[in-house]
Design a protein around this ligand. Structure first.
Ligand code: ASP
Ligand code: MG
Length: 398
């Protein structure tokens, strides 16, 4: 059983001891756990802030080496807590366990895991305590993107064909919206991979996107639950295993959004392909794209994460000519409703737009898929929009 503990679950000596007690109980009941840890809460943010002060927007080897250090601390401390309880623990950094990734610093992807090594440790009766969030590319340390220790956990579970991966966190379950933004959220007992994947890609920070993608690909069910309480949380399972699908199961948002508009875009064959290839080379993920043509030329608008704005602006200013005007909209947010039930229920878009219209919220970009509708709006309208949509789709906790 792979069990991942998040930063809050390991946020103090007291919490680390509580996790060790819980692991001891599991072992006494016959489990052979593999543990994955995040850094102690606040630690990765602290490291990011230091890095930003020294060199803003620098994402390279030294940055990943710095960020990965938080997990080295937490696995060491948890291992010591386990040893003190008579459990032989084996703290493991990514290079020691052969968690190999590509070389895209700060958002590396796992390519392989040395499962033989992992199993040999378990079979010796030791408890692997693995540093989440980090990998190794050649001889360099990489990191998987913020929240990436979920992905480490699922990758380990997939490598040993585990049916389940437990993710222990500071919330008891996945909720119908972010409780810091929306009043009266409900807990969701079961969700399918597809919905959780949409939610993670649309800004829900509960689980790292890649972790759900890997879970779906390898059929590893995720049990997200609280490390503070014993009750069950949310199960994330294949679609066929969820019986009742509400039309909309959650309202999700991403506050860190910016919109780039270009008009007219440069003339020439394949220009859009070239433009997006440039961004892709730098690992910049482009989200919503709209393109339209009129007599004066082609108009392009797309959204990105606001963090990627400086790099995007720098790339585009070398690519564009002076007649191509670039407009940047900052302080944007993306608000979305997600639900597999949408597949066969018409009218969701109508209700979505009516809510925003009744609140007089201007919409900058829109995109839809079979199971979601998203709109980019001004951040100042986010809270009212999220609460309005949550109510409209009957997600409130009675
Ligand atoms: N410690 C890393 C972060 O804060 C990874 C994680 O928590 O999953 O992003
Ligand atoms: Mg997390």
């Amino acid at each position: 059983m792979v069990k991942k503990f998040g930063g809050t679950s390991l946020g103090s000596v007291e919490r680390i001891n509580a996790v060790a007690d819980r692991v001891l109980e599991d072992i006494q009941q016959g489990q052979k756990p593999i543990l994955v840890c995040s850094a102690m809460s606040g630690e990765t943010n602290r490291l990011v802030a230091l890095a930003q002060e020294i060199y803003p927007y620098y994402y390279d080897k030294a940055y990943d080496m710095l960020l990965a250090s938080g997990e080295q601390v937490s696995i060491s401390l948890l291992s010591m807590a386990l040893e003190r309880r008579g459990i032989s623990a084996r703290p493991l950094l990514a290079y020691q366990l052969g968690i190999k990734t590509d070389a895209i610093y700060s958002k590396a992807r796992i390519e392989s895991v040395d499962k033989e090594k992992l199993l040999s440790i378990v079979n010796k009766g030791e408890v692997p305590v693995v540093a989440g969030f980090q990998g190794v590319s050649g001889s360099e340390i990489t990191t998987l993107g913020r929240g990436g220790s979920d992905t480490t956990a699922v990758a380990l579970a997939a490598s040993i064909n585990a049916d389940f991966c437990e993710i222990y966190t500071d919330v008891p379950a996945v909720c119908t919206a972010d409780p810091r933004l929306v009043k009266n959220v409900s807990e969701i007992p079961k969700l399918c991979f597809e919905e959780m994947m949409e939610m993670a890609s649309l800004g829900s920070k509960v689980l790292h996107y890649r972790s759900v993608e890997l879970a779906a690909k390898f059929g590893v069910k995720i049990h997200l639950r609280s490390s503070f309480e014993k009750r069950e949380g949310t199960l994330i399972v294949p679609e066929g295993e969820v019986l009742e699908n509400p039309v909309v199961s959650s309202v999700t948002h991403e506050a860190n959004t910016a919109v780039v508009k270009i008009f007219p875009i440069p003339d020439g064959q394949g220009i859009l392909g070239q433009l997006f290839a440039l961004l892709a080379e730098k690992g910049i993920v482009v989200d919503i794209i709209t393109q339209s043509q009129n007599e004066e030329g082609q108009r392009l608008a797309f959204s990105i994460l606001e963090n990627d704005l400086p790099a995007t602006e720098a790339l585009l200013s070398t690519f564009l000519e002076s007649k191509n005007q670039m407009t940047i909209l900052k302080n944007m947010a993306k608000i979305s409703t997600v639900g597999v039930g949408m597949k066969n229920h018409p009218g969701v878009a109508a209700r979505f737009f009516k809510v925003l219209n009744d609140l007089s919220v201007p919409i900058h970009l829109v995109t839809t898929s079979e199971i979601k509708i998203s709109a980019v709006i001004d951040t100042k309208n986010l809270e009212a929009s999220a609460n309005g949509l949550h109510k409209e789709f009957d997600l409130e906790n009675e």
